[in-house]
Ligand binder design. Structure first.
Ligand SMILES: Cc1cc2nc3c(=O)[nH]c(=O)nc-3n(C[C@H](O)[C@H](O)[C@H](O)COP(=O)(O)OP(=O)(O)OC[C@H]3O[C@@H](n4cnc5c(N)ncnc54)[C@H](O)[C@@H]3O)c2cc1C
Length: 333
């Protein structure tokens, strides 16, 4: 009898575009990791009428899908989902379980890890395999001043939640095939104590920052909400999205959804503008994937200016207003 291949599982979190993207990004990274330990990449999909997602995950690299398709799973219920997953993990014994660090994943993964009596590294910004074949889970620690490399040498599975935008999804290939394992809905599941009464989707606009090709970010140096608002005009002209540092969000110049950084979103645009941003590690760690960085700061020695491909010493809001004028002129002519 041949030994069962080790497995890397990605939890299929497909409830909206944003959550689905992180699942695809994790499948991509799982594919890289699987090569290093000769493992099989699997996705787990719970829900009602989930064929679309099964196809999607196979197209993005899953070799095997564990699927439980049942009307009771139409709405996400943390108790039912955790119990189902706990039983499945105990039965199949995957080596690694990866979950997106979405609101959904952040609720679900710690409960699961507790039930399985294993470790969980939350909000990872990187994953790798070390020389001993263990999952290296990279996570900001000590107030974000260090990136800790955490391993789980004894317990299984090795579990991590990963921020959306950390990895890039591989292009879909609908010619790919995969094995689908149907996991029947158990009859003995207790009723969820929480009942979903109504759900409403967030507007799509708030969810595109991670995928935007152009991001216009603003920080405390802009000085006021009115001046910060100019960034939206610039972003609109460039077909981009607006991001903000923590002080800008705390000052209510921007919504929390716009927060870029350790406590916010991970971005990887082609062009990143940074207006009045000092370049603290808690911010820059989330935009290392940016291809070309333009920083505007009145202090030439700010860390952001050193990190930038183009560093402009100027007043941030005045420079932003001048850029808007210039772009408007060019787009009109
Ligand atoms: C656990 C933890 C998590 C954190 N998570 C995050 C996070 O997710 N995201 C985040 O952003 N921060 C985060 N922070 C905060 C982070 O450490 C910094 O304090 C923050 O990023 C600084 O934001 P800022 O650059 O807007 O402000 P500042 O550091 O105050 O910088 C303002 C910059 O504007 C420049 N400036 C001032 N006036 C002008 C002007 N008129 N024109 C041009 N430039 C001007 C200044 O020279 C300065 O460089 C976190 C901190 C901790 C401890």
């Amino acid at each position: 009898m041949t030994a069962k291949r080790r497995q890397i599982w990605v939890f299929g979190d497909y409830r909206n575009y944003f959550q689905n993207r992180v699942t695809l990004q994790l499948l991509s990274r799982a594919t890289d990791l699987a090569r290093k330990i000769d493992a099989e990449v699997c996705a787990v999909v719970f829900g009602d009428k989930v064929d679309e997602w099964v196809g999607e995950y196979i197209a993005h690299g899953a070799e095997k899908i564990y699927r439980t398709d049942h009307p009771r799973l139409a709405a996400y219920g943390v108790e039912t989902y955790t119990l189902l997953m706990e039983r499945l993990v105990k039965r199949e014994k995957p080596e690694i379980v990866l979950v997106g660090a979405t609101a959904f994943g952040r609720e679900f993964a710690p409960r699961l890890a507790k039930r399985l009596v294993t470790g969980l590294t939350a909000d990872c910004i990187g994953l790798d395999i070390n020389g001993e074949g263990l999952l290296v889970q990279m996570a900001p620690s000590f107030g974000g001043n260090l990136v800790a490399e955490i391993v789980t040498p004894e317990r299984r599975p090795q579990m991590a939640t990963v921020r959306p935008g950390t990895f890039q999804e591989i292009p879909h290939d609908y010619a790919r095939t995969g094995e689908v394992v149907d996991v029947p809905m158990p009859r003995d599941l207790p009723a969820d104590r929480v009942r979903l009464v109504q759900s409403e989707r967030c507007p799509q606009r708030d969810q595109k920052l991670e995928d935007a090709k152009v991001v216009v970010c603003g920080g405390r140096g802009l000085g006021s909400k009115k001046k910060f608002a100019k960034l939206f005009e610039l972003a609109e002209l460039l077909g981009g999205e607006v991001g903000a540092t923590r002080p800008a969000v705390y000052a209510d110049w921007a919504d929390h959804n716009a927060l870029v950084g350790q406590a916010g979103k991970q971005i990887r645009p082609q062009i990143l503008f940074c207006f009045g941003i000092s370049g603290a590690i808690q911010f820059t760690a989330a935009c290392n994937g940016a291809k070309f960085v333009i920083a505007v700061n009145k202090n030439p020695n700010a860390a952001m200016m050193k990190r930038a491909d183009v560093a402009i010493v100027a007043d941030a809001s005045q420079f932003c207003a001048a850029l808007i004028q210039e772009f408007k002129k060019r787009f009109r002519s």
